[in-house]
Design a protein around this ligand. Structure first.
Ligand code: AMP
Ligand code: GLY
Length: 438
C-alpha cells in the first residue's frame, strides 16, 4: 500500500495529483487541502489541512504513514516543511528552507546569482525609501520594482515611467503594501526579450531538465494589464532549443545546485529558472523552488515516466538511476480566472460546461473551485486551467480554446492569445539567431 500526500490546492496540485494517479505504484493520494477537482480524481481524497500548516501536515503524513510528500507551493517550503519531514524520516519532494530561500527572498537570490556570476539584471536592494528613490533617479532607464518576499507572484511592478517606479517604491517601503514581503525592495534593471521557464527535477546532486514552458504573466491579451500568477502556458517553447537548455543546465542550474550542496543544504525537488532571453543571452528573472503554476498543467501531461518514481528518486538522491522521458507532443493550458482577479475577490458562481470541455478532448484542472450543494462553483482567483495536447502547438491550442468556449461562469476572464504568439510573446525581442549565440 503506497500513499502520497500532495500539499496544496491549486491547478498545479490537481495536475500533480492526476499524474500521480496514473502511477501503477500509487494506491492512495491525499491532497491537503485540495480542491473540487482533486476531490474527484481516482484514488485521491482531500484532507482539510491547510498548505501552510507545517505541523499539521507532518502529523498527517505520520498518521497516514505516507511514503512521500509532494509539496506544491513555495510558502510551506520556505517555512521548513521539507526539513520537518526529513526530521520525521518521511521522504519529501521539495527543498528545505535553505534552498527555498532562493524564492522566498529575491534580495538573497540576486546576491546568490551575483556571487556565482550567473547572468541577471543589475540590481540594488533597499529597506528605506529615500536611498531607493535616489538610486532610481540616477538610473539610465526605468527599472522593475520587486517586493523581496513572497507575494503570490504579485509583488513585481514592471513600471513604464519613473513616476510609477517611485510610487511602487513608496507603496512598498512607506505604505507597507505587501506587508512583510515588501519591507525589503529590489530595484532591478528591466530586461527585454522572450520569457521562458526552465524547470528541472533535482535529487540533491544531479538534475533532469524538463521541456521548457512559456508562461503568460500579464492579465490581458498582448501582454497588457497587471502581472498575475500566470494566465496560461504552453510547452514546448519554440525558442528553448536543445542548445539553450543544455547551456542553462551547465551554467545556471549546475552551479546553483553545487553551491547549495557545498553549503550542506542539498537541493531536492524542482528548481525553476524564470529566464529572459535577451540580446546578450539568457538572464535570470527569478528562481522558484517548486513547479510553476500554470506551467505544471502544460508540462506534466507530456511526462511519460512515472511521476511517483521521479519524485521518490528526487527525495532519496537516486535520480541518476532513472531516464525521464517526455512525449514529443505539444500542450497548451489556458487559465480561466474570476472577475476581479488579480486584485479583488469574487463571490462564488456556478460553473457549467466542464463535461463538454472534456468531450472536446480537454483536461480541466481546478484551482479556485468548491463543491457547493453538489455543484462545482468558481470561488475566486485563478479558477480553472483548461488543457489540451496536440501533435503541434497550433492543434493543442485550438483544442484548449474549444474547451474554454464550452465552459462558463459569471465574470470569467481569460486571455485569447495563449500559445498563439508563441515565439513572439515579447516586447522588443532580439532576433532568434542572436539569442542562440548570446
Ligand atoms: P518575478 O517574480 O521576479 O519573476 O517577476 C514576475 C514577472 O515580472 C516576470 O515573469 C516578468 O514577466 C516580470 N519581470 C520580472 N523581472 C523583470 C525584469 N528585470 N525585466 C523585465 N520583466 C521582469
Ligand atoms: N507561473 C509562474 C510561477 O509559477 O511562478
Amino acid at each position: 500500500m503506497t500513499a502520497v500526500l500532495v500539499v496544496g490546492g491549486g491547478g498545479r496540485e490537481h495536475a500533480i495529483s492526476r499524474c500521480l494517479a496514473r502511477s501503477a505504484r500509487v494506491d492512495r493520494i491525499l491532497v491537503a487541502p485540495g480542491n473540487a477537482g482533486t476531490g474527484q480524481e481516482e484514488r485521491c481524497e482531500n484532507v482539510a489541512v491547510g498548505a501552510g500548516d507545517v505541523a499539521g501536515l507532518v502529523a498527517l503524513a505520520e498518521r497516514e504513514s505516507v511514503d512521500l510528500v509532494a509539496v506544491g507551493p513555495e510558502a510551506p517550503l520556505a517555512a521548513g516543511l521539507a526539513d520537518a519531514l526529513e526530521a520525521a524520516g518521511i521522504p519529501a519532494f521539495g527543498p528545505g528552507a535553505a534552498g527555498a530561500r532562493l524564492e522566498a527572498s529575491k534580495a538573497y537570490c540576486k546576491a546568490y546569482l551575483d556571487a556565482l556570476s550567473i547572468p541577471t539584471g543589475a540590481s540594488a536592494t533597499f529597506r528605506d525609501a529615500t536611498p531607493a528613490l535616489a538610486y532610481l533617479d540616477q538610473l539610465p532607464s526605468v527599472p522593475v520594482i520587486k517586493a523581496s518576499g513572497l507575494a503570490a507572484g504579485k509583488g513585481v511592478v514592471v513600471a513604464e515611467t519613473r513616476g510609477e517606479a517611485a510610487a511602487a517604491i513608496r507603496a512598498m517601503l512607506v505604505d507597507g503594501r505587501f506587508g512583510e514581503a515588501g519591507r525589503e525592495v529590489v530595484v532591478e534593471e528591466r530586461l527585454r526579450g522572450v520569457e521562458v521557464s526552465v524547470l528541472a527535477f533535482c535529487d540533491g546532486a544531479g538534475f533532469a531538465v524538463m521541456p521548457a514552458a512559456q508562461d503568460h504573466k500579464r492579465l490581458l491579451d498582448g501582454d497588457a494589464g497587471p502581472n498575475t500568477g500566470g494566465m496560461g502556458a504552453f510547452v514546448p517553447s519554440p525558442v528553448a532549443t536543445g542548445e539553450l537548455l543544455a547551456r542553462v543546465g551547465d551554467r545556471f542550474i549546475r552551479p546553483t545546485l553545487e553551491a547549495l550542496g557545498e553549503a550542506g543544504t542539498p537541493y531536492r525537488g524542482v528548481i525553476y529558472f524564470g529566464l529572459m532571453l535577451t540580446g546578450a543571452g539568457p538572464k535570470v528573472l527569478e528562481i522558484n523552488c517548486r513547479l510553476g503554476d500554470p506551467e505544471t498543467q502544460a508540462v506534466l501531461p507530456l511526462l511519460e515516466t512515472d511521476l511517483f518514481e521521479i519524485m521518490l528518486a528526487c527525495a532519496t538522491g537516486s535520480l541518476g538511476g532513472l531516464t525521464v522521458e517526455w512525449s514529443q507532443s505539444a500542450c497548451t493550458t489556458v487559465v480561466m480566472a474570476s472577475a476581479g482577479y488579480p486584485t479583488a475577490a469574487a463571490r462564488p458562481a456556478p460553473i457549467t460546461g466542464l463535461d463538454r470541455a472534456e468531450a472536446e478532448g480537454c483536461v480541466v484542472f481546478h484551482a479556485g473551485t468548491d463543491r457547493i450543494s453538489g455543484v462545482t462553483h468558481a470561488t475566486g482567483g485563478r479558477v480553472l486551467a483548461v488543457t489540451a495536447l496536440g501533435s503541434t502547438l497550433e492543434k493543442a491550442t485550438e483544442r484548449a480554446y474549444a474547451g474554454v468556449g464550452a465552459i462558463s461562469f459569471e465574470g470569467a476572464q481569460y486571455r485569447r492569445d495563449i500559445g498563439r504568439r508563441a515565439s513572439a510573446a515579447v516586447t522588443g525581442a532580439p532576433p532568434l539567431r542572436e539569442m542562440a549565440g548570446g
